[in-house]
Design a protein around this ligand. Structure first.
Ligand SMILES: CNc1ncnc2c1ncn2[C@@H]1O[C@H](COP(=O)(O)O)[C@@H](O)[C@H]1O
Ligand SMILES: [Zn+2]
Length: 371
């Protein structure tokens, strides 16, 4: 097996419905086409298109939303997404999703998340840990005495606020996240079409989330919007996603505040927000030891996987000295950036160290982020 597949990996930026399997997306589209809910021939080209502008990507998300707003389908997609990540040796997955309501079928934001949890419970082919540990319970997923030879994966959830939502709707999502902490919800994400919405709409809900002990990650700088980027950085989220259309002053604030950045190479190239992989800001951040983590964003929509993202980085940045050992270290250091409880961090760190020996990569951390 190739090293980028066998290497343990940490995924911190994956949208549930954007990670839908191609085959499942086509199957659902055909089924709704047969029922007459959508016109398959009209939507086929949206699904099949390769490179998409930001606007077109969000047209596709609107279509996916119609296809997936059903409890059983949400459960199925969740199960498949967990299986897919685990199969490529993702050992920790922070999965984000936007709680949705659909009155026609009695779906509330709460029942939507219940359907996601049902999906987590229904995985049988791999060992999944999504319920936070009790402090007195010392058994961990990767303990050597665990005895399992199956794939193992920690999953924690972030609930997403969609930029189209009102302050009240955003607040409802945060309250739901608080109720669901016991089921592994660790934080809040702000995402959705960057061409719509206003920062001040979400701010009260994000402040409330923070005050209640939830972590916050923001999609930041997907399009040029200097004022909003500034406001977001001033908020000091625990992590940001993308950081593409930054100006000099934004880079300065980011560097001095050391906010970790979730990097989505393929997503940025395919949405045409970064011209070419060779001018991607990942390299600059990596070289200055800024905390970064490679992620997929939407592995289904962009036909990628976390292994592929590591391979793409290895190929594109080989002259920057990014080889197997450095990418292993990058993956391992991402453990410092996860939102799960300490025990999970410790378990993963030990696991990475034990794998480092067998993979022939340096055992000790070469550097650690000073967060
Ligand atoms: C391309 N970059 C991106 N930028 C902003 N938001 C994105 C995104 N990719 C995905 N989403 C957000 O995630 C939703 C799909 O997953 P869930 O239904 O929540 O599970 C999309 O509808 C969008 O709101
Ligand atoms: Zn995203």
């Amino acid at each position: 097996m190739e090293w980028w597949v066998s290497m343990p990996k940490v995924e911190l930026h994956a949208h549930l419905n954007g990670s839908i399997r191609d085959s499942t997306l086509l199957e659902l589209t055909k089924a709704l086409g047969e029922k007459g809910v959508i016109n398959f021939s009209q939507v086929e080209h949206i699904i099949m298109k390769y490179n998409r502008s930001v606007k077109e990507v969000f047209q596709l998300f609107d279509l996916i939303r119609i296809l997936t707003t059903d409890h059983a389908i949400v459960t199925r997609i969740t199960r498949e997404v967990i299986e897919d990540f685990a199969s490529e040796n993702v050992v920790y997955l922070e999965l984000r999703t936007t709680p949705k309501r659909n009155e026609a079928i009695g779906m509330t934001k709460g029942s939507y998340i219940e359907a996601v949890l049902e999906g987590l419970r229904s995985v049988t082919s791999v060992d999944v840990n999504f319920i936070p540990h009790h402090k007195e319970d010392s058994r961990t997923l990767f303990s050597p005495n665990n005895g399992s030879s199956r794939k193992r994966i920690y999953v924690r959830l972030l609930l997403s606020i969609d930029r189209r939502e009102t302050t009240e709707a955003a607040m409802e999502t945060v309250k739901l996240a608080l109720e669901m902490k016991q089921f592994g919800v660790v934080g809040i994400d702000l995402s959705g079409n960057p061409l719509v919405g206003d920062w001040n709409t979400y701010l009260p809900a994000l402040k409330f989330a923070r005050n209640q002990g939830l972590y916050v990650s923001l999609h930041c700088g997907e399009i040029p919007n200097p004022k909003e980027i500034h406001q977001m950085l001033d908020f000091k989220p625990e992590r940001i996603g993308h950081a593409i259309c930054f100006e000099k002053e934004h880079w300065e604030i980011l560097k001095s505040s050391k906010i970790p950045v979730e990097i989505c190479l393929t997503s940025n190239i395919r949405t045409l927000t970064v011209r070419s992989i060779h001018v991607h800001h990942f390299v600059g951040l990596y070289k200055t030891k800024h905390p970064v983590v490679l992620c997929t964003d939407d592995s289904g929509v962009f036909s990628t996987s976390l292994s592929k993202e590591y391979k793409i980085a290895a190929d594109a940045f080989v002259f920057t000295g990014l080889g197997k050992r450095e990418l292993f270290e990058l993956s391992r250091n991402a453990v410092e950036l996860i939102f799960a409880e300490r025990q999970v961090q410790e378990d993963l760190t030990k696991y990475f160290d034990s794998v480092a020996k067998t993979m022939g990569v340096y055992k000790n951390k070469i550097h650690s982020y000073e967060l």
